[in-house]
Ligand binder design. Structure first.
Ligand SMILES: Nc1nc2c(ncn2[C@@H]2O[C@H](COP(=O)(O)OP(=O)(O)OP(=O)(O)O)[C@@H](O)[C@H]2O)c(=O)[nH]1
Ligand SMILES: [Mg+2]
Length: 253
């Protein structure tokens, strides 16, 4: 069993990717299960095999403790951590080869609070990886792109798990724009040129320094463009997973 946590900024396409990739895997005859780890979601584009909303209810937390939606989500994350054994058991009983875990829109809850990494490490003893989503539309500006790189580096530092980076919603941009963002992820020079071209003043200086800091950390994030609407990039994504996580083998062993 391989557990994949889908993480990304709010609205970056985590839930739709979970839906589309699980369907894609089913067509490829893989034994896949889907877990919803977002307690605040009202409607999902898939039917989860395991749903955290069966363990915690945001509405009653808000009412009972007089919390706003974010306060309730923070409390919910701690309550999920308390239920982790039962949730793990439910996942293990599915006996799937690959499990997609859709996480909360409030990424900082999962990535930066103590409960997130605790949940990730305690959710079964199976091998795990992170799928980090860069929203294509948001990443088209080099400053946003570099800021998102920082977020993904922060996630990496928290989890220290293999991490695959996707450029989500790639159907929303012309191909040359998508290619340019992928180039930034592959070549420092390409990113540097765009920072010089597209930014000025403090933004240029900051972006350049942030980029240099990231390169100093030695973290390299090659982006795979992907669309959950057209399924473009699914094969590349799947190949990257097999390469990184199963040494080139299928997940079904
Ligand atoms: N065109 C296009 N739209 C997409 C794609 N993926 C997601 N969307 C749209 O983007 C919006 C957000 O998608 P979600 O899958 O709900 O994103 P999310 O990251 O789960 O959002 P939160 O859980 O609220 O943070 C929805 O309107 C989706 O239909 C894609 O690949 N292409
Ligand atoms: Mg979602």
């Amino acid at each position: 069993m391989l557990i994949l946590f889908i993480i990304g900024t709010a609205g970056s396409g985590k839930s739709l990717l979970t839906a589309a990739f699980s369907e894609w895997l089913k067509i490829s005859k893989q034994n896949v299960a889907v877990v919803n780890l977002d307690p605040g979601v009202l409607k999902l584009p898939y039917s989860p095999d395991v749903d955290v909303r069966n363990y915690v209810d945001i509405g009653s937390l808000m009412e009972e403790y007089g919390l706003g939606p974010n306060g309730a989500l923070i409390m919910a994350a701690d309550l999920i951590a308390d239920e982790i054994e039962r949730i793990s058991k439910e996942i293990e009983e599915l006996k799937s080869d690959i499990v997609l875990v859709d996480t909360s829109g409030q990424m900082e809850l999962f990535a930066f609070r103590a409960s997130g990494p605790y949940i990730a490490s305690e959710l079964t003893r199976e091998p795990k990886a992170i799928i980090y989503l860069f929203d294509c539309v948001f990443s088209v500006n080099p400053l946003n792109y570099v800021s998102n790189l920082f977020l993904s580096a922060a996630v990496y530092n928290r989890f220290l798990l293999p991490q695959v980076h996707l450029l989500s919603k790639c159907d929303l941009l012309p191909k040359d724009e998508v290619d340019k963002i992928v180039d930034w992820s592959a070549s420092r020079k390409a990113l540097e040129v765009s920072i010089e071209e597209k930014l000025e003043g403090t933004k240029r200086l900051l972006s350049r320094n942030m980029m240099n800091a990231l390169y100093q950390l030695g973290l390299k994030f090659l982006l795979i463009p992907l669309s959950a609407k057209t399924n473009e990039g699914m094969t590349n994504f799947n190949m990257a997973l097999e390469r990184i996580l199963a040494g080139g083998e299928k997940y079904t062993y």
